[in-house]
Design a protein around this ligand. Structure first.
Ligand code: PDD
Length: 280
């Protein structure tokens, strides 16, 4: 496969990143994952806007313009003949000569950038028919989850705990309320109302979340943005999660309690259909 590293398209095996790269040493990097269906990017503008916001919140510069980024995405899709899957993009603060917690002057140390593609079935997925089981766990990530950084050790840890319990994912809980999934936004449905946590620094502002809520409102569904607990979720009629690489995925069990009738709910399924129709 062909990847993009700091200005060049090279075979993955030849790609090189410095050992001093702050992305590698300190998770001083931001990223985006954009899905691709039929060789086309989904919601690219949303991902680029969020990338710019992540960069500016951390006073990081992009080594390429946003127009160039679009072209790099398109070139990578073509070079890898990517039909369905996604593109991972990471901007790091670059590789200063010395390891120092204070970040370097961007005029002296240019940011680094890496992109690669991956194949993944997004439309037809067995897990959609079955739904996923989730486990709750304390949210012990840092407090700026609205910035999409590569500090992913805690979400990885949480997902491993979930897998050990026979679940596919974990829902993170802070001060008694669900924040989000390890790599997705979390929702419940009660009496026809779609409930999801409001946007703040506590959660990532999902690009799929924005689209799903817009489509739900257009389809005359009711949406409430508010906090909810695991207990409320366990007593909901339906639950689901959204992300670029999962679209809307039904959740059928939370901490061993069956949600609704234990099969993917109608609203979750309908939202997945609408999302697929509207986006592709
Ligand atoms: N994760 N919340 C978190 C913590 C996430 O990492 C993600 C995305 C989302 C959903 O955001 P979006 O709809 O923009 O994909 C919510 C990506 C897919 C990942 O880390 O692979």
């Amino acid at each position: 496969q062909i990847v993009y590293v700091n200005g060049e398209f090279v075979p993955a095996a030849e790609a090189k990143v410095s050992v001093f790269d702050r992305g590698f040493l300190m998770a001083d990097a931001v990223y985006e994952v954009t899905s691709v269906v039929g060789g086309k990017l989904l919601a690219f503008d949303g991902h680029i806007e969020r990338l710019q916001r992540s960069l500016s919140e951390l006073e990081m510069a992009s080594p390429v313009t946003m127009d160039e980024l679009l072209q790099i995405h398109r070139d990578l899709i073509a070079k890898n003949n990517l039909e369905e899957g996604g593109i991972y993009l990471q901007v790091t603060r670059g590789a200063p000569d010395a390891r120092d917690f204070a970040w370097p002057d961007p005029a002296e140390v240019p940011s680094g950038i890496v992109l690669f593609t991956f194949e993944k079935p997004l439309i037809d997925s067995a897990i959609m028919d079955a739904g996923i089981k989730v486990m709750s766990i304390a949210d012990e990530r840092w407090g700026r989850r609205d910035i999409k950084t590569t500090q992913l050790l805690y979400p990885s840890f949480a997902k491993m705990q979930a897998k050990k319990q026979g679940c596919q994912d974990a829902w993170l809980v802070e001060d008694g309320y669900v924040t989000e999934g390890t790599a997705n936004n979390a929702y419940i449905v009660k009496d026809g109302v779609i409930i999801t946590r409001e946007l703040s620094t506590d959660i990532l502002h999902g690009i799929t979340r924005a689209a799903i809520l817009r489509f739900a409102i257009e389809a005359q569904m009711k949406v409430e943005e508010r906090l909810f607990t695991i207990e409320e979720a366990q007593n909901a009629d339906e639950a689901f999660v959204t992300s670029a690489t999962g679209f809307a995925q039904p959740v059928i069990e939370i901490d061993g309690a069956q949600i609704g009738t234990g099969v993917p709910g109608d609203i979750s399924k309908r939202l997945r259909e609408i999302y697929t129709e509207e986006m592709i």
